[in-house]
Ligand binder design. Sequence first.
Ligand SMILES: *[C@@H]1O[C@H](CO)[C@@H](O)[C@H](O)[C@H]1NC(C)=O
Ligand SMILES: *[C@@H]1O[C@H](CO)[C@@H](O)[C@H](O)[C@H]1NC(C)=O
Ligand SMILES: *[C@@H]1O[C@H](CO)[C@@H](O)[C@H](O)[C@H]1NC(C)=O
Ligand SMILES: *[C@@H]1O[C@H](CO)[C@@H](O)[C@H](O)[C@H]1NC(C)=O
Ligand SMILES: *[C@@H]1O[C@H](CO)[C@@H](O)[C@H](O)[C@H]1NC(C)=O
Ligand SMILES: *[C@@H]1O[C@H](CO)[C@@H](O)[C@H](O)[C@H]1NC(C)=O
Ligand SMILES: *[C@@H]1O[C@H](CO)[C@@H](O)[C@H](O)[C@H]1NC(C)=O
Ligand SMILES: *[C@@H]1O[C@H](CO)[C@@H](O)[C@H](O)[C@H]1NC(C)=O
Ligand SMILES: *[C@@H]1O[C@H](CO)[C@@H](O)[C@H](O)[C@H]1NC(C)=O
Ligand SMILES: *[C@@H]1O[C@H](CO)[C@@H](O)[C@H](O)[C@H]1NC(C)=O
Ligand SMILES: *[C@@H]1O[C@H](CO)[C@@H](O)[C@H](O)[C@H]1NC(C)=O
Ligand SMILES: *[C@@H]1O[C@H](CO)[C@@H](O)[C@H](O)[C@H]1NC(C)=O
Length: 416
Amino acid sequence: MYRYAAFVLALAFVAVLQQSHGTEVNVTDSKGKLCLYANLMVNFSVTYEITGNKNSTVEFQLPAEVKSNTSECGATSAMLKLDFGEGHSWSMNFTVSGEAYQADVIAFSYNLGDKTTFPNSASNATSTVSMKPHITGVTMDTCYSCKSNVMFESNSVNQTLWNVLIQAFVSNGSKSDRITSCSADVPTTTVTPTTHAPSTTTAAPVTNATTTAPPTTTPTPTLPTPSVGNYTIKNNETVCLLASFGLRIGVKQGDKYEEMNFETNGTTANGSCGVDSSELELTSSTVVMMFKFTNDSKKFRLHALNISGTTSSGVFVGGNTNLTLWEASVGSSYMCNKEQNYTISSTLTLFTFDLQVQPFGVKKGVFSTAEECFLDSDLSFLVPIAVGVALSFLIILVLISYLIGRRKSRTGYQSV
Ligand SMILES: *[C@@H]1O[C@H](CO)[C@@H](O)[C@H](O)[C@H]1NC(C)=O
Ligand SMILES: *[C@@H]1O[C@H](CO)[C@@H](O)[C@H](O)[C@H]1NC(C)=O
Ligand SMILES: *[C@@H]1O[C@H](CO)[C@@H](O)[C@H](O)[C@H]1NC(C)=O
Ligand SMILES: *[C@@H]1O[C@H](CO)[C@@H](O)[C@H](O)[C@H]1NC(C)=O
Ligand SMILES: *[C@@H]1O[C@H](CO)[C@@H](O)[C@H](O)[C@H]1NC(C)=O
Ligand SMILES: *[C@@H]1O[C@H](CO)[C@@H](O)[C@H](O)[C@H]1NC(C)=O
Ligand SMILES: *[C@@H]1O[C@H](CO)[C@@H](O)[C@H](O)[C@H]1NC(C)=O
Ligand SMILES: *[C@@H]1O[C@H](CO)[C@@H](O)[C@H](O)[C@H]1NC(C)=O
Ligand SMILES: *[C@@H]1O[C@H](CO)[C@@H](O)[C@H](O)[C@H]1NC(C)=O
Ligand SMILES: *[C@@H]1O[C@H](CO)[C@@H](O)[C@H](O)[C@H]1NC(C)=O
Ligand SMILES: *[C@@H]1O[C@H](CO)[C@@H](O)[C@H](O)[C@H]1NC(C)=O
Ligand SMILES: *[C@@H]1O[C@H](CO)[C@@H](O)[C@H](O)[C@H]1NC(C)=O
């Protein structure tokens, strides 16, 4: 056990060491608080003209030593600008859009007058290429992470980015531990496959690329049953909330509907337990779900659910703060093993599998007696029987009242 832990630690250490070869910068605001964090690696390949009307290609890396003091942090826009070498710079512009942020443009300027980097260069000019990265829908207060190689090509410059960890719009002065991964890093089991084509947009003259294949034909694949995750929240070292379920989320974005399984591997659970309200927040690499349970001292229920995340078509955010789901007595747990679907909002549907939750009154860290949903109950077969019995009663009642009525009317007739 200890040896295993040591091994994991060693691995983590190696990973940290490898990571630390990147270019790391902490951009601070006027008050000295961290507002933009970046750790990344970039390889450049630049073709330039040399004397004698010939071209030459050089390859170099973004150095570890860069200056970032011309970077800018705003409330809704920010710029990471790394100045290095003899007048070269690399920048990335970010903007906030809704509950997420994105990188709009990468600009790389290189000074051909730097004769050590560009030997025999025919020009002294500074050239700039800009390109549009596919970095969108990064949830606010999370780092964008992309370990995979992502290449951007243009006529004269190719850039390869990897081991990228960036957080723009840092809110409380420290880098978030939460991550929004790029699609290249996410195994393609959950979301419908995204073709991650590197963009090749060059600088100013926007020449229309030859018609690229339309990427919007995604036949909905039949998803496997989602894996069941077990989540616990502790209050002062004692378990106070238990949840165990497999989840699938149905998202409508525009006229596209997509379903994805909520990944349990690597998912973290946070939350809190109160007297009359408890919260559970689940964060996977692509989705954040926030469950709020309330109780009126007799019964508890799921009262609010907010979901945000990314699909292949972009960011989604939605929820409902007026739900009454998963209702059971306080001191027991709610259970529903059969697959269920719940309409959360006009754009969100939640599917549950092997569900059991207990947001209040957990004893000894285990679920209390379960109150099962109707569909699970063995008594559900009684429904047709009950209906039949009720109908028979009704018929008998009608019959009796008919008989009584006849009798009454007869006696009435006789009395006259
Ligand atoms: C950035 O800040 C982190 C945390 O404070 C620190 O560990 C790291 O060394 C800093 N990096 C640079 C390049 O200043
Ligand atoms: C980046 O460049 C370095 C040396 O120039 C090379 O060792 C490395 O393989 C390159 N990485 C990528 C992803 O191109
Ligand atoms: C050099 O490269 C430019 C594009 O970067 C190209 O237009 C030009 O024809 C090339 N010149 C030679 C001599 O290959
Ligand atoms: C990036 O942002 C800075 C400041 O916000 C702005 O001056 C610059 O023009 C932007 N660059 C691009 C390529 O949009
Ligand atoms: C580039 O600058 C050097 C020195 O500053 C100068 O000698 C040379 O003529 C310049 N070349 C061009 C093409 O402007
Ligand atoms: C960029 O990459 C493409 C494809 O790999 C290659 O054909 C081209 O020569 C490269 N250009 C530069 C400047 O390295
Ligand atoms: C580029 O494409 C857009 C729409 O696809 C079109 O409106 C525009 O005229 C095109 N521009 C050029 C230069 O072909
Ligand atoms: C979750 O808990 C159940 C019951 O305690 C157990 O059978 C199952 O293996 C657990 N699943 C995981 C992923 O830990
Ligand atoms: C947490 O538990 C410790 C020891 O069981 C106890 O002394 C302390 O008061 C508890 N704190 C709270 C906030 O319940
Ligand atoms: C969970 O993720 C780890 C690392 O990302 C991987 O090695 C492991 O196989 C995954 N487990 C499952 C059950 O997918
Ligand atoms: C919440 O839902 C109930 C019935 O489902 C409805 O009567 C009530 O008006 C709703 N409240 C809000 C704030 O939407
Ligand atoms: C939701 O469940 C109902 C029955 O419980 C079923 O008829 C319906 O098709 C389900 N909806 C989806 C989108 O699976």
